[in-house]
Design a protein around this ligand. Structure first.
Ligand SMILES: Cc1cc2nc3c(=O)[nH]c(=O)nc-3n(C[C@H](O)[C@H](O)[C@H](O)COP(=O)(O)OP(=O)(O)OC[C@H]3O[C@@H](n4cnc5c(N)ncnc54)[C@H](O)[C@@H]3O)c2cc1C
Length: 466
Protein backbone atom coordinates (compact mmCIF):
# COMPACT_ATOMS: atom_id res chain seq x y z
CA UNK A 1 0.00 0.00 0.00
CA UNK A 2 1.46 3.39 -0.96
CA UNK A 3 1.99 5.69 1.99
CA UNK A 4 1.98 9.51 1.87
CA UNK A 5 2.67 12.12 4.53
CA UNK A 6 -0.24 14.28 3.39
CA UNK A 7 -3.27 13.36 1.27
CA UNK A 8 -5.81 15.91 0.09
CA UNK A 9 -9.25 14.63 -0.87
CA UNK A 10 -10.53 17.00 -3.56
CA UNK A 11 -8.57 18.79 -6.25
CA UNK A 12 -10.29 22.20 -6.06
CA UNK A 13 -8.63 25.46 -4.94
CA UNK A 14 -8.30 24.22 -1.35
CA UNK A 15 -6.95 20.81 -2.37
CA UNK A 16 -4.67 21.61 -5.28
CA UNK A 17 -3.18 24.75 -3.75
CA UNK A 18 -2.69 23.02 -0.40
CA UNK A 19 -1.16 19.93 -2.05
CA UNK A 20 1.36 22.00 -3.98
CA UNK A 21 2.33 23.87 -0.82
CA UNK A 22 2.61 20.59 1.12
CA UNK A 23 4.97 19.19 -1.51
CA UNK A 24 7.01 22.40 -1.40
CA UNK A 25 7.30 21.92 2.37
CA UNK A 26 8.86 18.51 1.76
CA UNK A 27 5.85 16.28 2.49
CA UNK A 28 5.26 13.24 0.27
CA UNK A 29 1.91 14.49 -0.99
CA UNK A 30 -1.04 13.10 -2.93
CA UNK A 31 -4.34 14.51 -4.10
CA UNK A 32 -7.41 12.38 -4.83
CA UNK A 33 -9.92 13.86 -7.26
CA UNK A 34 -12.87 12.02 -8.73
CA UNK A 35 -13.22 14.18 -11.82
CA UNK A 36 -10.81 13.81 -14.73
CA UNK A 37 -10.00 17.52 -14.67
CA UNK A 38 -8.31 19.04 -11.64
CA UNK A 39 -9.31 22.47 -10.36
CA UNK A 40 -12.61 21.68 -8.65
CA UNK A 41 -15.80 23.66 -8.95
CA UNK A 42 -13.79 26.84 -9.41
CA UNK A 43 -11.91 25.88 -12.56
CA UNK A 44 -14.40 23.42 -14.08
CA UNK A 45 -17.88 24.83 -13.40
CA UNK A 46 -17.50 27.92 -11.24
CA UNK A 47 -15.30 31.00 -11.11
CA UNK A 48 -13.43 30.57 -14.37
CA UNK A 49 -16.10 29.52 -16.91
CA UNK A 50 -18.54 32.05 -15.43
CA UNK A 51 -16.00 34.85 -15.77
CA UNK A 52 -15.18 33.77 -19.33
CA UNK A 53 -18.90 34.08 -20.23
CA UNK A 54 -19.31 37.33 -18.28
CA UNK A 55 -16.43 38.87 -20.21
CA UNK A 56 -17.69 37.59 -23.56
CA UNK A 57 -21.30 38.63 -22.99
CA UNK A 58 -20.16 42.06 -21.76
CA UNK A 59 -18.21 42.54 -24.99
CA UNK A 60 -21.33 41.53 -26.95
CA UNK A 61 -23.56 43.98 -25.09
CA UNK A 62 -21.14 46.90 -25.11
CA UNK A 63 -20.33 46.42 -28.78
CA UNK A 64 -24.04 46.21 -29.59
CA UNK A 65 -25.19 49.18 -27.56
CA UNK A 66 -22.48 51.31 -25.98
CA UNK A 67 -19.88 52.11 -28.63
CA UNK A 68 -21.77 54.87 -30.44
CA UNK A 69 -21.30 57.30 -27.53
CA UNK A 70 -17.53 56.79 -27.92
CA UNK A 71 -17.76 57.75 -31.56
CA UNK A 72 -17.16 54.19 -32.70
CA UNK A 73 -19.48 52.90 -35.38
CA UNK A 74 -19.79 49.18 -35.94
CA UNK A 75 -21.86 47.24 -38.42
CA UNK A 76 -24.44 44.75 -37.36
CA UNK A 77 -23.28 42.78 -34.32
CA UNK A 78 -24.25 39.13 -34.16
CA UNK A 79 -23.78 36.40 -31.62
CA UNK A 80 -21.78 33.21 -32.16
CA UNK A 81 -22.74 31.32 -29.03
CA UNK A 82 -20.84 28.22 -30.14
CA UNK A 83 -17.58 30.17 -30.34
CA UNK A 84 -18.31 31.85 -26.99
CA UNK A 85 -18.68 28.42 -25.40
CA UNK A 86 -15.62 27.06 -27.21
CA UNK A 87 -13.51 29.91 -25.87
CA UNK A 88 -14.81 29.27 -22.36
CA UNK A 89 -13.92 25.57 -22.63
CA UNK A 90 -10.45 26.30 -23.90
CA UNK A 91 -9.80 28.67 -20.97
CA UNK A 92 -10.99 25.94 -18.58
CA UNK A 93 -8.84 23.30 -20.30
CA UNK A 94 -5.78 25.54 -20.21
CA UNK A 95 -6.12 26.17 -16.50
CA UNK A 96 -7.02 22.63 -15.44
CA UNK A 97 -4.10 21.36 -17.52
CA UNK A 98 -1.96 23.91 -15.71
CA UNK A 99 -2.80 22.28 -12.39
CA UNK A 100 -1.73 18.88 -13.80
CA UNK A 101 1.55 20.49 -14.82
CA UNK A 102 2.07 22.01 -11.36
CA UNK A 103 1.38 18.64 -9.73
CA UNK A 104 4.05 17.01 -11.87
CA UNK A 105 6.48 19.85 -11.31
CA UNK A 106 6.05 19.71 -7.53
CA UNK A 107 5.84 15.88 -7.41
CA UNK A 108 2.29 15.69 -6.09
CA UNK A 109 0.87 12.20 -6.79
CA UNK A 110 -2.57 12.31 -8.33
CA UNK A 111 -5.22 9.62 -7.80
CA UNK A 112 -8.28 9.62 -10.05
CA UNK A 113 -11.35 8.31 -8.27
CA UNK A 114 -13.80 8.68 -5.43
CA UNK A 115 -12.18 8.66 -1.98
CA UNK A 116 -13.61 7.02 1.09
CA UNK A 117 -11.79 7.19 4.41
CA UNK A 118 -11.78 3.71 5.92
CA UNK A 119 -10.05 4.47 9.21
CA UNK A 120 -8.26 7.30 10.96
CA UNK A 121 -6.22 7.13 14.18
CA UNK A 122 -3.22 8.85 15.80
CA UNK A 123 -0.94 6.67 13.71
CA UNK A 124 -2.46 7.38 10.32
CA UNK A 125 -5.43 6.88 8.03
CA UNK A 126 -6.46 4.47 5.30
CA UNK A 127 -8.30 5.64 2.22
CA UNK A 128 -9.96 3.67 -0.54
CA UNK A 129 -10.00 5.19 -4.03
CA UNK A 130 -12.54 3.80 -6.49
CA UNK A 131 -12.31 4.92 -10.10
CA UNK A 132 -15.19 5.29 -12.55
CA UNK A 133 -14.68 1.73 -13.83
CA UNK A 134 -14.88 0.32 -10.29
CA UNK A 135 -11.15 -0.39 -9.88
CA UNK A 136 -10.08 -0.01 -6.25
CA UNK A 137 -6.80 1.13 -4.72
CA UNK A 138 -5.99 1.67 -1.06
CA UNK A 139 -3.47 4.17 0.21
CA UNK A 140 -2.41 5.35 3.67
CA UNK A 141 -1.41 8.73 5.04
CA UNK A 142 -0.29 10.46 8.23
CA UNK A 143 -2.53 13.44 7.58
CA UNK A 144 -5.71 13.47 5.51
CA UNK A 145 -7.17 16.83 4.53
CA UNK A 146 -10.78 16.81 3.37
CA UNK A 147 -11.29 19.45 0.67
CA UNK A 148 -14.36 18.08 -1.06
CA UNK A 149 -16.08 21.42 -1.60
CA UNK A 150 -19.77 22.07 -2.05
CA UNK A 151 -22.77 21.40 -4.25
CA UNK A 152 -25.88 23.36 -5.14
CA UNK A 153 -28.33 23.40 -2.23
CA UNK A 154 -31.62 21.72 -3.11
CA UNK A 155 -34.82 23.69 -2.50
CA UNK A 156 -38.02 21.99 -1.45
CA UNK A 157 -40.43 21.69 -4.38
CA UNK A 158 -37.81 22.48 -7.02
CA UNK A 159 -37.34 19.48 -9.30
CA UNK A 160 -33.95 19.86 -10.95
CA UNK A 161 -33.92 17.86 -14.20
CA UNK A 162 -30.64 19.25 -15.51
CA UNK A 163 -32.41 20.69 -18.51
CA UNK A 164 -35.37 23.05 -18.12
CA UNK A 165 -34.75 23.29 -14.37
CA UNK A 166 -31.02 23.33 -13.71
CA UNK A 167 -28.15 24.76 -11.71
CA UNK A 168 -25.24 27.06 -12.53
CA UNK A 169 -23.49 24.11 -14.17
CA UNK A 170 -26.20 23.90 -16.85
CA UNK A 171 -26.44 27.71 -17.09
CA UNK A 172 -22.77 27.75 -18.10
CA UNK A 173 -23.59 25.70 -21.17
CA UNK A 174 -27.13 26.42 -22.44
CA UNK A 175 -27.08 25.34 -26.09
CA UNK A 176 -29.04 28.42 -27.23
CA UNK A 177 -30.05 31.75 -25.73
CA UNK A 178 -33.25 31.13 -23.75
CA UNK A 179 -36.09 33.56 -24.38
CA UNK A 180 -36.80 33.66 -20.69
CA UNK A 181 -35.01 32.57 -17.53
CA UNK A 182 -36.16 32.51 -13.94
CA UNK A 183 -33.30 32.67 -11.45
CA UNK A 184 -34.16 31.40 -7.97
CA UNK A 185 -31.94 33.25 -5.49
CA UNK A 186 -30.43 36.75 -5.74
CA UNK A 187 -26.95 35.85 -4.55
CA UNK A 188 -23.84 36.47 -6.60
CA UNK A 189 -24.04 33.27 -8.68
CA UNK A 190 -27.64 33.95 -9.77
CA UNK A 191 -26.89 37.58 -10.59
CA UNK A 192 -23.73 36.75 -12.53
CA UNK A 193 -25.33 33.98 -14.58
CA UNK A 194 -28.48 36.09 -15.00
CA UNK A 195 -26.28 38.92 -16.32
CA UNK A 196 -24.64 36.65 -18.89
CA UNK A 197 -27.95 35.57 -20.41
CA UNK A 198 -29.67 38.95 -20.08
CA UNK A 199 -26.83 40.51 -22.08
CA UNK A 200 -27.30 37.89 -24.78
CA UNK A 201 -31.02 38.66 -25.04
CA UNK A 202 -32.84 36.62 -22.39
CA UNK A 203 -35.66 38.10 -20.30
CA UNK A 204 -34.43 37.40 -16.77
CA UNK A 205 -36.61 37.32 -13.66
CA UNK A 206 -34.92 36.89 -10.29
CA UNK A 207 -37.03 35.52 -7.46
CA UNK A 208 -35.66 36.06 -3.95
CA UNK A 209 -37.14 35.02 -0.62
CA UNK A 210 -35.62 37.99 1.24
CA UNK A 211 -36.61 41.62 0.73
CA UNK A 212 -33.18 42.44 -0.71
CA UNK A 213 -30.57 41.11 -3.11
CA UNK A 214 -27.01 39.98 -2.29
CA UNK A 215 -27.69 38.80 1.26
CA UNK A 216 -24.77 39.42 3.61
CA UNK A 217 -23.38 42.32 1.60
CA UNK A 218 -23.57 45.94 2.73
CA UNK A 219 -27.22 47.01 2.34
CA UNK A 220 -26.55 50.47 0.87
CA UNK A 221 -24.42 48.88 -1.86
CA UNK A 222 -26.95 46.09 -2.46
CA UNK A 223 -29.75 48.69 -2.85
CA UNK A 224 -27.72 50.60 -5.39
CA UNK A 225 -27.03 47.34 -7.24
CA UNK A 226 -30.75 46.55 -7.31
CA UNK A 227 -31.50 49.93 -8.88
CA UNK A 228 -28.83 49.47 -11.55
CA UNK A 229 -29.82 45.89 -12.37
CA UNK A 230 -33.47 46.94 -12.75
CA UNK A 231 -32.35 49.64 -15.19
CA UNK A 232 -30.54 46.96 -17.17
CA UNK A 233 -33.82 45.09 -17.59
CA UNK A 234 -33.73 42.51 -14.82
CA UNK A 235 -37.13 41.83 -13.27
CA UNK A 236 -36.97 41.21 -9.52
CA UNK A 237 -39.52 39.49 -7.31
CA UNK A 238 -38.31 40.13 -3.77
CA UNK A 239 -39.94 38.79 -0.59
CA UNK A 240 -41.16 35.96 -2.81
CA UNK A 241 -41.19 32.32 -1.73
CA UNK A 242 -40.81 29.72 -4.46
CA UNK A 243 -42.97 26.74 -3.57
CA UNK A 244 -42.25 24.64 -6.65
CA UNK A 245 -40.46 24.62 -9.98
CA UNK A 246 -40.77 21.86 -12.52
CA UNK A 247 -40.48 21.08 -16.16
CA UNK A 248 -43.67 21.44 -18.17
CA UNK A 249 -43.20 20.35 -21.77
CA UNK A 250 -40.53 22.51 -23.40
CA UNK A 251 -40.52 25.06 -20.61
CA UNK A 252 -40.74 25.25 -16.84
CA UNK A 253 -43.25 26.57 -14.33
CA UNK A 254 -42.27 28.29 -11.11
CA UNK A 255 -44.89 28.67 -8.40
CA UNK A 256 -44.52 31.49 -5.91
CA UNK A 257 -46.58 31.81 -2.74
CA UNK A 258 -49.42 34.31 -3.23
CA UNK A 259 -48.45 35.20 -6.83
CA UNK A 260 -49.29 34.08 -10.35
CA UNK A 261 -46.98 31.25 -11.47
CA UNK A 262 -44.08 32.19 -13.76
CA UNK A 263 -43.45 30.27 -16.96
CA UNK A 264 -39.98 30.39 -18.47
CA UNK A 265 -37.87 28.54 -21.00
CA UNK A 266 -35.35 27.74 -18.29
CA UNK A 267 -35.00 27.93 -14.52
CA UNK A 268 -31.72 28.35 -12.65
CA UNK A 269 -31.65 27.25 -9.03
CA UNK A 270 -28.98 29.22 -7.16
CA UNK A 271 -30.25 29.50 -3.62
CA UNK A 272 -27.10 28.57 -1.74
CA UNK A 273 -24.64 25.69 -1.53
CA UNK A 274 -24.27 22.69 0.74
CA UNK A 275 -21.14 20.79 1.78
CA UNK A 276 -20.13 17.85 -0.35
CA UNK A 277 -19.42 14.93 2.00
CA UNK A 278 -21.25 12.09 0.26
CA UNK A 279 -19.59 8.69 0.42
CA UNK A 280 -16.57 9.91 2.38
CA UNK A 281 -17.33 7.64 5.34
CA UNK A 282 -17.66 10.52 7.82
CA UNK A 283 -20.56 9.00 9.79
CA UNK A 284 -18.69 5.74 10.39
CA UNK A 285 -15.63 7.70 11.57
CA UNK A 286 -17.70 9.97 13.82
CA UNK A 287 -16.55 13.22 12.18
CA UNK A 288 -18.44 16.10 13.77
CA UNK A 289 -20.59 18.27 11.51
CA UNK A 290 -22.79 21.27 12.23
CA UNK A 291 -26.56 21.29 11.73
CA UNK A 292 -26.15 22.27 8.06
CA UNK A 293 -23.70 19.44 7.45
CA UNK A 294 -20.47 21.47 7.29
CA UNK A 295 -17.48 19.70 8.84
CA UNK A 296 -16.50 21.28 12.16
CA UNK A 297 -12.81 22.20 12.18
CA UNK A 298 -10.76 24.03 14.83
CA UNK A 299 -8.40 26.98 14.29
CA UNK A 300 -5.77 24.54 12.93
CA UNK A 301 -8.34 22.91 10.58
CA UNK A 302 -8.34 19.70 12.69
CA UNK A 303 -11.58 17.78 12.90
CA UNK A 304 -12.52 15.90 16.06
CA UNK A 305 -10.94 12.72 14.57
CA UNK A 306 -7.12 12.46 14.89
CA UNK A 307 -5.25 12.85 11.61
CA UNK A 308 -8.27 14.26 9.77
CA UNK A 309 -8.43 17.92 8.76
CA UNK A 310 -10.91 19.90 6.63
CA UNK A 311 -10.59 23.08 4.54
CA UNK A 312 -12.46 25.08 1.91
CA UNK A 313 -16.18 25.14 1.15
CA UNK A 314 -16.74 21.91 3.09
CA UNK A 315 -16.18 23.77 6.39
CA UNK A 316 -18.44 26.69 5.40
CA UNK A 317 -17.80 30.38 6.01
CA UNK A 318 -17.21 32.47 2.90
CA UNK A 319 -17.61 29.90 0.12
CA UNK A 320 -15.04 31.45 -2.15
CA UNK A 321 -12.06 30.05 -4.01
CA UNK A 322 -9.45 32.37 -2.47
CA UNK A 323 -10.66 31.58 1.06
CA UNK A 324 -10.39 27.87 0.22
CA UNK A 325 -6.85 28.35 -1.11
CA UNK A 326 -5.75 30.24 2.00
CA UNK A 327 -7.07 27.47 4.22
CA UNK A 328 -5.42 24.68 2.22
CA UNK A 329 -2.05 26.41 2.51
CA UNK A 330 -2.45 27.41 6.19
CA UNK A 331 -3.45 23.86 7.12
CA UNK A 332 -0.29 22.23 5.75
CA UNK A 333 1.93 25.00 7.08
CA UNK A 334 0.48 24.36 10.54
CA UNK A 335 1.07 20.61 10.12
CA UNK A 336 4.69 21.49 9.24
CA UNK A 337 4.97 23.47 12.47
CA UNK A 338 4.89 26.81 10.71
CA UNK A 339 2.64 29.76 11.54
CA UNK A 340 -0.06 29.23 8.88
CA UNK A 341 -2.84 31.75 9.36
CA UNK A 342 -5.97 33.03 7.61
CA UNK A 343 -7.22 36.51 8.45
CA UNK A 344 -10.98 36.09 8.09
CA UNK A 345 -11.49 39.86 8.43
CA UNK A 346 -9.60 40.37 5.21
CA UNK A 347 -11.32 37.99 2.77
CA UNK A 348 -12.68 39.99 -0.17
CA UNK A 349 -15.89 39.12 -1.99
CA UNK A 350 -16.51 40.18 -5.57
CA UNK A 351 -19.61 40.06 -7.76
CA UNK A 352 -18.53 40.23 -11.40
CA UNK A 353 -21.63 41.95 -12.74
CA UNK A 354 -21.66 45.28 -14.55
CA UNK A 355 -20.83 47.28 -12.58
CA UNK A 356 -18.78 45.05 -10.32
CA UNK A 357 -19.42 44.90 -6.62
CA UNK A 358 -16.63 44.24 -4.14
CA UNK A 359 -16.46 44.12 -0.42
CA UNK A 360 -14.10 43.38 2.45
CA UNK A 361 -14.45 43.57 6.22
CA UNK A 362 -17.53 44.56 8.17
CA UNK A 363 -20.71 45.98 6.66
CA UNK A 364 -22.48 48.98 8.16
CA UNK A 365 -25.23 46.64 9.43
CA UNK A 366 -22.72 44.32 11.13
CA UNK A 367 -21.00 47.25 12.85
CA UNK A 368 -24.31 48.68 14.04
CA UNK A 369 -25.39 45.28 15.29
CA UNK A 370 -22.33 44.96 17.56
CA UNK A 371 -22.71 48.56 18.69
CA UNK A 372 -19.40 49.65 17.13
CA UNK A 373 -18.86 53.39 16.73
CA UNK A 374 -17.64 54.14 13.25
CA UNK A 375 -17.15 56.93 10.72
CA UNK A 376 -18.04 56.68 7.06
CA UNK A 377 -16.55 58.13 3.90
CA UNK A 378 -18.33 57.81 0.56
CA UNK A 379 -17.21 58.87 -2.89
CA UNK A 380 -19.28 58.51 -6.07
CA UNK A 381 -17.61 57.46 -9.33
CA UNK A 382 -19.52 60.19 -11.20
CA UNK A 383 -16.90 62.62 -9.83
CA UNK A 384 -13.92 60.47 -10.84
CA UNK A 385 -12.20 61.56 -14.07
CA UNK A 386 -11.20 58.06 -15.16
CA UNK A 387 -14.68 56.68 -14.61
CA UNK A 388 -16.00 59.45 -16.87
CA UNK A 389 -13.44 58.62 -19.54
CA UNK A 390 -14.45 54.98 -19.32
CA UNK A 391 -18.11 55.89 -19.59
CA UNK A 392 -18.78 53.95 -16.43
CA UNK A 393 -19.80 56.37 -13.72
CA UNK A 394 -22.40 54.45 -11.71
CA UNK A 395 -21.59 53.47 -8.16
CA UNK A 396 -19.47 54.52 -5.23
CA UNK A 397 -16.75 53.61 -2.77
CA UNK A 398 -17.67 53.47 0.90
CA UNK A 399 -15.10 53.22 3.69
CA UNK A 400 -16.01 52.46 7.29
CA UNK A 401 -13.42 53.31 9.95
CA UNK A 402 -13.33 53.07 13.71
CA UNK A 403 -14.50 56.35 15.27
CA UNK A 404 -11.66 56.61 17.76
CA UNK A 405 -8.70 54.77 16.18
CA UNK A 406 -9.60 55.47 12.52
CA UNK A 407 -8.68 51.85 11.69
CA UNK A 408 -10.36 50.66 8.48
CA UNK A 409 -13.11 48.19 9.37
CA UNK A 410 -14.83 47.66 6.04
CA UNK A 411 -14.72 48.82 2.44
CA UNK A 412 -17.61 48.34 0.02
CA UNK A 413 -17.51 49.28 -3.63
CA UNK A 414 -19.97 49.22 -6.48
CA UNK A 415 -18.56 50.56 -9.69
CA UNK A 416 -16.12 50.03 -12.55
CA UNK A 417 -13.44 47.40 -11.81
CA UNK A 418 -14.44 47.20 -8.17
CA UNK A 419 -13.00 43.68 -8.08
CA UNK A 420 -9.52 45.04 -8.74
CA UNK A 421 -9.91 48.17 -6.61
CA UNK A 422 -10.75 46.12 -3.53
CA UNK A 423 -7.17 44.78 -3.35
CA UNK A 424 -6.00 48.06 -1.83
CA UNK A 425 -8.67 47.82 0.85
CA UNK A 426 -7.74 44.20 1.61
CA UNK A 427 -4.10 45.22 2.05
CA UNK A 428 -5.18 48.14 4.26
CA UNK A 429 -7.19 45.85 6.54
CA UNK A 430 -4.43 43.21 6.55
CA UNK A 431 -1.88 45.82 7.67
CA UNK A 432 -4.23 47.44 10.18
CA UNK A 433 -4.21 50.72 8.24
CA UNK A 434 -6.26 53.78 9.14
CA UNK A 435 -8.41 55.69 6.65
CA UNK A 436 -5.82 58.47 7.04
CA UNK A 437 -3.14 56.05 5.73
CA UNK A 438 -5.17 55.56 2.54
CA UNK A 439 -5.92 59.29 2.31
CA UNK A 440 -2.21 60.14 2.54
CA UNK A 441 -1.09 57.51 0.03
CA UNK A 442 -0.31 58.94 -3.41
CA UNK A 443 -2.68 57.49 -6.03
CA UNK A 444 -1.95 57.86 -9.75
CA UNK A 445 -4.09 60.29 -11.71
CA UNK A 446 -6.41 59.75 -13.47
CA UNK A 447 -7.26 56.31 -12.07
CA UNK A 448 -10.30 54.68 -10.54
CA UNK A 449 -8.21 54.13 -7.42
CA UNK A 450 -8.47 57.85 -6.70
CA UNK A 451 -12.09 57.13 -5.71
CA UNK A 452 -10.70 55.00 -2.88
CA UNK A 453 -8.52 57.85 -1.71
CA UNK A 454 -11.37 60.35 -1.91
CA UNK A 455 -13.63 58.04 0.11
CA UNK A 456 -10.84 57.82 2.70
CA UNK A 457 -10.64 61.62 2.76
CA UNK A 458 -14.40 61.60 3.11
CA UNK A 459 -14.10 59.80 6.44
CA UNK A 460 -12.86 63.14 7.83
CA UNK A 461 -14.90 65.39 5.49
CA UNK A 462 -11.94 66.35 3.29
CA UNK A 463 -13.13 65.25 -0.17
CA UNK A 464 -11.34 67.34 -2.83
CA UNK A 465 -12.52 66.04 -6.20
CA UNK A 466 -16.10 66.47 -7.28
C1 LIG B 1 -21.02 29.31 -10.86
C2 LIG B 1 -20.02 29.57 -9.77
C3 LIG B 1 -19.24 30.70 -9.84
C4 LIG B 1 -18.31 30.94 -8.84
N1 LIG B 1 -17.53 32.07 -8.93
C5 LIG B 1 -16.62 32.32 -7.98
C6 LIG B 1 -15.77 33.45 -8.08
O1 LIG B 1 -15.85 34.22 -9.03
N2 LIG B 1 -14.86 33.67 -7.11
C7 LIG B 1 -14.74 32.82 -6.03
O2 LIG B 1 -13.90 33.07 -5.18
N3 LIG B 1 -15.54 31.74 -5.91
C8 LIG B 1 -16.46 31.46 -6.86
N4 LIG B 1 -17.23 30.34 -6.75
C9 LIG B 1 -17.06 29.48 -5.57
C10 LIG B 1 -15.83 28.60 -5.71
O3 LIG B 1 -15.95 27.84 -6.89
C11 LIG B 1 -15.70 27.70 -4.49
O4 LIG B 1 -15.69 28.49 -3.33
C12 LIG B 1 -14.39 26.92 -4.55
O5 LIG B 1 -14.33 26.12 -5.70
C13 LIG B 1 -14.26 26.02 -3.31
O6 LIG B 1 -13.07 25.32 -3.38
P1 LIG B 1 -12.91 23.91 -2.67
O7 LIG B 1 -11.54 23.45 -3.02
O8 LIG B 1 -13.27 24.01 -1.25
O9 LIG B 1 -14.00 22.95 -3.34
P2 LIG B 1 -14.30 22.57 -4.85
O10 LIG B 1 -13.74 23.56 -5.79
O11 LIG B 1 -15.75 22.29 -4.91
O12 LIG B 1 -13.48 21.24 -5.08
C14 LIG B 1 -13.81 20.05 -4.42
C15 LIG B 1 -13.39 18.90 -5.29
O13 LIG B 1 -13.51 17.69 -4.55
C16 LIG B 1 -13.90 16.65 -5.42
N5 LIG B 1 -14.50 15.60 -4.60
C17 LIG B 1 -15.58 15.68 -3.81
N6 LIG B 1 -15.79 14.55 -3.13
C18 LIG B 1 -14.78 13.72 -3.49
C19 LIG B 1 -14.41 12.41 -3.11
N7 LIG B 1 -15.10 11.73 -2.19
N8 LIG B 1 -13.33 11.86 -3.68
C20 LIG B 1 -12.58 12.53 -4.62
N9 LIG B 1 -12.88 13.80 -4.99
C21 LIG B 1 -13.95 14.38 -4.42
C22 LIG B 1 -14.90 17.34 -6.34
O14 LIG B 1 -15.03 16.64 -7.56
C23 LIG B 1 -14.26 18.71 -6.52
O15 LIG B 1 -13.45 18.76 -7.69
C24 LIG B 1 -18.16 30.04 -7.75
C25 LIG B 1 -18.95 28.90 -7.69
C26 LIG B 1 -19.88 28.66 -8.69
C27 LIG B 1 -20.71 27.41 -8.61
Amino acid sequence: MTHHDVVFIGGGPAGYTGAIRAAQLGFRTACIEKEQKLGGTCLRVGCIPSKALLEASEKFESTSHHLAEFGVKVGEVSLDLGQMMKRKESIVDGLTGGVDFLFKKNKVSRYLGHARILSATDTGAHIRVTDAAGAVEEISADHVIIATGSNVAPLRGVEVDGDRVGTSTEALSYPSVPQSLVVIGAGYIGLEMGSVWRRLGTKVTVVEYLDRILPGMDLEIAREALKLFKKQGFDFRLSSKVTSARRDGDSAVVEIEGQEPLRAERVLLSAGRVPNTEGLGLDELGVERDRRGFIVADGNYRTNVPGLYAVGDVIGGAMLAHKAEEEGVACVELIAGQAGHVNYDAIPGVVYTEPEIATVGRTEEQLSEIGARFKKGVFAFIANGRARALGSTAGKVKILADESTDRVLGVHIIGPRAGDLIAEAVAAIEFGASSEDIARTCHAHPTLSEAMREAALGVSDRIRQA
